[in-house]
Design a protein around this ligand. Structure first.
Ligand SMILES: *Cc1c(COP(=O)(O)O)cnc(C)c1O
Length: 369
């Protein structure tokens, strides 16, 4: 039976859901009761650990867990903290920045939008200019690791400008939190959003928000949606760890285990190092095979890499995808609007040996086409 399961299995080289450990998966074999004290304690423990990973204290910050995928978390923040008489500046250089605009359109949140090339980190000088021109802007939002391309945006330079102008700073750190160290307090990030199934290496089912406590309290009553009301969700959870509506119990148990395993690995520093090693090795090996990466190495994050199709080959991505999948790995199609590309992620239970295996498989595939 075990053998059969393994036969069907492949490792995910995708930006999440990702390959988790068998010990994380095993946690989900228990059907936990939600009002039980043991369960509520797990929620409280998770929230505390996330504050520590973000380098913030519980006097200034708090954590809200929100049912749903990562987008539910982003939507919850935007529609709960930007009031009817306020305005959000969205800084975008990829699909996830664009999605924030979509959220504003749906919920009728007032916004300003600036976009940069998908392989270009947003320029803080441009942000200064816009904040200077439009004093009605109250909040600024951007993506840290733009998973569309794999670029790691320079949030530090933008954070400085946002704080100088005393605006509220919202960061979608979905695919970076846990895999890249982020000094949430020092940077003055007021709302940081990430989810269970990315660098913490849990399974999909909820997102989490690391929130400036004072600003969260001040946002009471602004939410446009009941289920995604960030303040209400927090208020209930803050009491004793009970979730407001049905919580994804299995996902919470798996996440708790995943956090323990992150700490056992050596925390964010060690995990970041492993991801960076995977990533740089992959880029080097792919370059040796004539496949260039799209983002300049200076801005390339450790999470996922976009590669151009090889120039000198008759190339069909679905053929390569099937060839690689048969041999034990799943990769990702490209998401750029400007070039033909594909993506390879290296977050999750992925090690140097996997990268070397994958590159051997790709080499064999290229030799056959
Ligand atoms: C994964 C991701 C999201 C959320 O996507 P979901 O499909 O809703 O989980 C948002 N932003 C970024 C940068 C992401 O990588």
């Amino acid at each position: 039976m075990q053998g059969e399961i393994r036969m069907k299995n492949y490792k995910l080289l995708t930006p999440g859901p990702l390959t988790t450990t068998s010990t994380v998966k095993q946690e989900m074999l228990f059907d936990h009761c939600t009002w039980d004290d043991d369960y509520k304690k797990i929620t409280l423990k998770i929230r505390k650990q996330l504050l520590q990973l973000a380098h913030v204290s519980q006097d200034d910050y708090t954590v809200v867990l929100m049912q749903g995928s990562g987008t539910f978390g982003v939507e919850s923040v935007i529609t709960s903290v930007v009031g009817d008489d306020e305005k959000l500046l969205i800084i975008a250089n990829g699909a996830y920045g664009d999605r924030m605009r979509d959220i504003c359109e749906h919920a009728h949140v007032a916004y300003e939008f600036i976009s940069f090339a998908e392989n270009e980190s947003p320029d803080a000088k441009k942000v200064i200019q816009i904040l200077g021109e439009d004093s009605s802007i109250t909040h600024v939002a951007m993506v840290h690791s733009e998973t569309t391309s794999g670029i790691l945006n320079n949030i530090e330079s933008v954070a400085k400008v946002v704080k100088e102008h005393q605006k509220v700073f919202i960061v979608d750190a979905m695919s970076s939190f846990g895999g890249v160290d982020i000094e949430v307090g020092k940077l003055g990030i007021d709302f940081l959003i990430s989810s269970a199934n990315k660098c913490i290496q849990g399974v999909p089912g909820f997102s989490f928000i690391i929130a400036n406590k004072q600003l969260l309290i001040e946002s009471q009553g602004k939410a446009r949606s009941l289920s995604l009301d960030l303040y209400d969700q927090w208020k209930t959870m803050e009491k004793d760890g009970k979730w407001r509506f049905t919580s994804p119990t299995h996902v919470v148990l798996a996440f708790s285990k995943a956090l323990e395993e992150l700490l056992a690995e050596g925390g964010i520093a060690a995990r970041s190092k492993r991801y960076y090693n995977n990533n740089r090795l992959l880029i080097q090996k792919m370059a040796e095979m004539g496949m260039a990466s799209y983002v300049d190495i200076e801005y390339q994050g450790p999470i996922i890499t976009t590669f151009y199709y090889p120039e000198n080959k008759q190339f069909a991505f679905p053929d390569m995808y099937r060839y690689i999948k048969k041999r034990g790995y799943a990769i990702y199609p490209g998401k750029l609007t400007t070039a033909e590309t594909f993506r390879i992620g290296n977050i999750g239970e992925i090690y140097e040996e996997d990268i070397l295996n994958l590159c051997d498989i790709i080499r064999d595939f290229l030799a056959e086409v």
